[in-house]
Design a protein around this ligand. Structure first.
Ligand SMILES: [Zn+2]
Length: 55
C-alpha cells in the first residue's frame, strides 16, 4: 500500500517482485495524478515503496 502524494488516498499497487528494484510512474486510481514510485525489492520481497509527485 502507498499513499498518494496528491490526494492522500491509500492505494494498492502491483509490483513485479521478480524484476528487482523498480522506479516507475503510476497514475493515482483516485485523482489520476502521476505518482513516481520507487520500489526496493530484496530477495523477491518488497522492502520499501516511496511515492512522490512526479513533477
Ligand atoms: Zn491521488
Amino acid at each position: 500500500m502507498i499513499r498518494c502524494p496528491y490526494c492522500a488516498e491509500m492505494l494498492q499497487i502491483q509490483v513485479d517482485l521478480s524484476a528487482g528494484d523498480q522506479n516507475y510512474i503510476e497514475d493515482c486510481q483516485v485523482c489520476c495524478q502521476p505518482i513516481q514510485l520507487s520500489c526496493t525489492i530484496d530477495n523477491f520481497r518488497l522492502v520499501s515503496v516511496d511515492a512522490q509527485c512526479s513533477t
